[in-house]
Design a protein around this ligand. Sequence first.
Ligand code: HEC
Ligand code: HEC
Ligand code: HEC
Ligand code: HEC
Length: 486
Amino acid sequence: MNAFKKSLLIAISVALGLSVVPSAIAEYKPIAQPVEPANPNLKIESRNDLFKSQFPKQYESWANTAQSTDLDSVNYEDPRVVVLWAGYAFAKDYNKPRGHFYAVTDVRNILRTGSPMTPDAGPMPMACWACKSPDVPRLIAERGEAGYFGATWASGGAEVVNPIGCADCHDTTSKDFAEGKPALRIARPYVLRALEKIDHKFETSDKTDQRAALCANCHVEYYFAGDLKQVTFPWDNGVTVDAMEKYYDDIGFVDWTHAVSKAPMLKAQHPDYETWMLGVHGKNGVTCIDCHMPKVQAADGRVYTDHQIGNPFNAFEHTCANCHDQSKEKLKEIVKSRKAEIKDVMLRLEDQLVAAHFEAKAAWEAGATKEEMKDALQSIRHAQWRWDYSAAGHGGHIHAPDVLLKVLGTGLDRAADARTQLVRVLAKHGITEPIVLPNISTPEDAWKATGVDIEKDRKAKAEFLKTVVPQWDKEAREKGLLPAEK
Ligand code: HEC
Ligand code: HEC
Ligand code: HEC
Ligand code: HEC
């Protein structure tokens, strides 16, 4: 259908009061992304240890992110996700976040990055390092975006070795920084471009916006675009769940085809910056830094920025208490009850989605055609995108509880659409009894129900960690990217 006919049809439908349901996902048409050339003038010192003696307070508080050690497996806590992500690597292994200090270790350890025994082996691209290390902007400056992206994850193993650190947020080679000033900087070109799209151009932003933008380096929704698998933020239409969904639908982007339902799925990353912006603190100019990196006083009376990014309640007197009169217990209780309320709705949506995936499977098995399934699969895509936008974001229950509840509400609406559409398709093929769902009460049961051989992956990972990773570290030391072993 040409654009004119389409808009005419939309105009008529709107005039008649009909809703315009988008048809199945269009063919993937990547939007051509700008590609930053190498920039030999941009010097990025990615080693964190080099700043220890000059900035001991900042360095030590940064290093204390290592105290947040707990690795909580979402797959074990809630095996429904194994079904929701069936056919995608998140179904195998997904943990809640912990301290920045572990970013490189954790991306090596997670089953999702596979066990590449050689530098050209898959499955993941360089994009998977993007939010783990200041070595990433260093490499982009050295190689340009085309030289950085467009290679395998494994090929960067001996280069991306320092966890999230000083050069991710500061111009560490500048005169200002040497004098102890913040010299805040965003060094990832695709982040600078994305901020400009939402009228938050970094260079011309005020201090408040600049501070929050640092976290937008990584705590955002993104996807890997085109053949280069370039990290791209889907912000062309804005940062709401609807705006990003429209972006993905318009270019026909699909992260993976669901292994059970065959729906064309989207995987949300962690839109923390986006939800914060839409929430009450974001709207009032209270930034991530106000809560996660407060100014504190050292024993010698000097004020410095606490770099131990973690749970703001641990530094209550310097965070919430700066603006609120309520006690710590009171505010903690509010946050806790909001978390519980959101979780409750989230689990209801998960149950609807699990059922929809298996009902779609039953419909295919009963002989449904692609044409018959189109609308139901699109509804599943949209419902799960909404669930994931809420679930994959971290701390959304404090950052924007009202936004999350609305997103989950619209997700339940789309899931209801999906299941009504599926009931009709099933009935057409003679199935009128409820579809019996498999047992997914443990992740092992859920892996079995979705055909995952988890032990095979775990064995391969153990071998990779024993043989390949020590080699990466050795090479990195030889290149001076890590300090020599003591
Ligand atoms: C995630 C971002 C981030 C990382 C990583 C980070 N900083 Fe900072 N840093 C900040 C912010 C935000 C401020 C406060 C800026 C302001 O006040 O405008 C700051 C301030 C500073 C300052 C200025 C003085 C002060 O304490 O306010 C120094 C010096 C500094 N950081 C050093 C470091 C060093 C050294 C490292 C690495 C060990 C590091 N930073 C890692 C975000 C970061
Ligand atoms: C270079 C990418 C990057 C930047 C910049 C960054 N983060 Fe993170 N952040 C991560 C990753 C990756 C993790 C998960 C690390 C893990 O689990 O191994 C994480 C984890 C966290 C956690 C969980 C910590 C815990 O102990 O559970 C918080 C809170 C957090 N980040 C807040 C922030 C804030 C606030 C900023 C901005 C000041 C920021 N981050 C900047 C990538 C980044
Ligand atoms: C009003 C204060 C406040 C602001 C502003 C804020 N946060 Fe948080 N954030 C919190 C609190 C409190 C928690 C922990 C919630 C809890 O205890 O359940 C949290 C949790 C998180 C977590 C999850 C940590 C984990 O281990 O699960 C991440 C990641 C995070 N915040 C990042 C950010 C980023 C990025 C921004 C800015 C874009 C931001 N926060 C702005 C208060 C804030
Ligand atoms: C820099 C100031 C500042 C800091 C720090 C701050 N807040 Fe707020 N908070 C605000 C403002 C401003 C509002 C909006 C007040 C309004 O609209 O009446 C708000 C609103 C709230 C609300 C009510 C919002 C709603 O959705 O009903 C809660 C709850 C809250 N803050 C909790 C916290 C917690 C917990 C922390 C610490 C982790 C914190 N705040 C840190 C300034 C701050």
